[in-house]
Each structure stands twice: as C-alpha cells, then as structure tokens.
Write a protein that binds this ligand. Sequence first.
Ligand SMILES: *Cc1c(COP(=O)(O)O)cnc(C)c1O
Length: 408
Amino acid sequence: MRIGRTLSPAAAPIYIKDILSGLKGLIKGSKEIDRFEHELKEYYNVKHCFLVSSGKAALTIILRALHELHPDRNEVIIPAFTCYSVPSAILKSGLKIKLCDVNPETLDFDFYQLKKIITQSSSDNLKKSSILAVIPTHLFGLPSNVEQIEKIVAEHEISIIEDAAQSMGGVLNGIKLGTQGDVGFFSLGRGKAFSTVEGGIIITNNEGIAERIIKQMNDIPAYKMLDVIRLVIFSIVLTIFMKPSFFWIPKSLPFLRLGQTLFEPDFLIKKISLFQAGITRGWQKKIKLLIEVRREHINSFCTNRFNSIVKIQSSKLPPSLLRFPIKIKNKKMLDTILYKSEKRGLGIMKAYPKSINNIKELKDYFKSNTYPNATMVSRQLLTLPVHHFLSFSDEIQIKLLINNELGL
Ligand SMILES: *Cc1c(COP(=O)(O)O)cnc(C)c1O
C-alpha cells in the first residue's frame, strides 16, 4: 500500500463552489432542472433531453422505449470490449446482449463482423431482423465511426444508440459526439468528462423515441430526501479525497473497492435531483477548460513512442480523451508497469479487466462464442491518466516508467 501522492486513473472535479450551487439548487426547485435541460437542448441542438440518475439508467430507459416501438426485436449489439454497465442495462431492460468483436487498432466495432451479424439476423428470420439496436461507443473519448455504422444498418430498421458516456464535450469533424445516433446518452458519474457525483443524460430528436421516454419518466421515482443527503455528503468526500494528496486513503480501504470493475445488473433508476442539477451550473465552461487541460497531456503522450491506440493525422487535434489508451503486448512488461505505477501512485490502470463474454456472471450467456480481439485488448490495454490533477512531473514519470520498461 502506498502512502502519499497518488493519482486516480480518471477524475472530474467537483469544487466547493459546485456543491454550494447544488445546495442552492435544492432551494431554487424545479427550475434548476429546467435550466440544465434547456442548456443541453441548446448546446446539442436537440428537441428532447431527459435527466436521470446514471448512464446505465439512461440506457435502460432508451432500450425500453425502443422495445416498445419494435416489440418483435429483442437483441442489442454492443462491442465485446466496453464498460460493464452496458450489458447490465440491456439485461435490466429485459433484452438480449449480442456481442460484436472490436477492431484492436481503433477499439471501435470490427465493421466486417458487424455487417455479417446484421445480414445473418435478417436472413434467418425471413427478412425481419431480431436486432433492435446497435450501440457505437466512444470509449475513453475515442470517436466511434457512427457514419459507417449508419451505412451498415441502413435498410434494416435498426436503431443507433450512441454511447457517449465518456465523451461529453467531445467533437469529431465539427459534429458533437452524442448527436449522431437516433438517440444518445452521457454519464455524469465520477470518472467521466463532467460529474454530478452520479447522473445520466438522454438526448434525441426522434419524436417516437421521445414520446415513449416521456411516458416512462412519469413513473420514474425522484431521489428521496435521504438519498439527496447521501449525495451531498458523498460530493464533499469526493472533493477532498479525489485530490492526489489524499486519494491514497480511500484507495487503501478495500471495502470501497476503488479500481475494481464490477458487474452489477441490478440498479435503481431515478430522476436527477435538484442538488445534482445545481452542481451543473457553468458546465459548458467547465467542460471546455477540462478538455483544454487534458489536451496538453494527450498531446504530450501522443508524441511519445507508445504503442498507442490514438492515431492522429498531423493536421488534426487528437480527440479529447478521458484516459490515454496504450497497448503493451508483453505480459511481463505490462505487469511490471502496473506494479511500479501502483508503488509510485501514477494512476496507470487496466481499462476493463475482461471482455464482456469473459465476465464471470455472464459465463454461460455467450456459450462457446469467442471474441479474440476483445480478449486480446482486455489483456494488453493500459490507460494513462490525463486529468487536471496530473502534474508535469507526473507526466514525465509516467513516460519514463513505460519507456524504461519497454526499452524505448
Ligand atoms: C460509465 C459508462 C456507462 C454507464 O454510466 P454510469 O453513469 O456509470 O451508469 C456506459 N457506457 C460507458 C462506455 C461508460 O464508460
């Protein structure tokens, strides 16, 4: 266990000022939520926006809405390497998970396989596909090629749900991430681009989907008083303990299970609280600043000779990543890097420990299907922190550690 300066792998700051805005929100009442909704609609240029308790809650609501529109379809295609919350939400909504392997060079879908899955699904059932939706995912903020996916699903009436959980504020070729699919969602959780302790956002221009979501929202409970108090306390704890000088304390408490990726298919769905809505005051400016700070570290890591997933064309800015993904092929080197990072508090981590088909709780679900690229990525991928707490000296230490181990 390390005592002393320790970085978290990802972090979105909640300042004392934000907590005060949150408390003011409690007094201001429902117009605080209206304000945030209105700002989101304007920023994303969408007609409909819904605010809930998490990204997985948002996805569950979206899936239920789509299933109401297409009751004869019950399969949802996701990348075989993604956040464990995604399969959780699919099971929670009563639908079936269908995996597609990833391209190890981009972490996006293997488009060849995606095409094959979709064509097969419609030929099996006399031209009527059983697939309800595909979920392109901007993992770590790396933009998925949604345009390509649109082409693949065209003529199959399959909906596109854009998982922009990790990419709020991200842009690709002038298009805001989250706005390309039929419906998109963001997470306001702790390790995301912008945080309200927990929270989720749904955006869409699709009237049919919006109508079904509005119907569901009427039955979704609000946070109870006690839950709000818990959120307030937790926001204060986060403000203190996410700082590198204190982060070693919660990290050393095993019952907090920080840094573990858990599969939890049972979760509550609530409407966002006034406290969370209050925290979002000034979110556009905050996201912009955080992106600028991260960009410096991203640029610097881009110029190193890591085996990086991030391929930048010389004329373009790199994407606004939340974590910087690199691949280490040699397992012994990877383990040494992780071990030394742990000892030095550098925040280098595995992204997700397993591909979705290898999650223990889902062992029987995917039968003998294999997803070799996702499995390989789960073994080889490490992420470097790029958040605002990272100092220039941390950055140099991270580069030195990796370059030394790899002999670069
Ligand atoms: C975090 C995340 C989610 C779920 O968001 P929560 O707010 O944690 O429920 C979904 N997809 C991806 C890619 C994520 O990173």
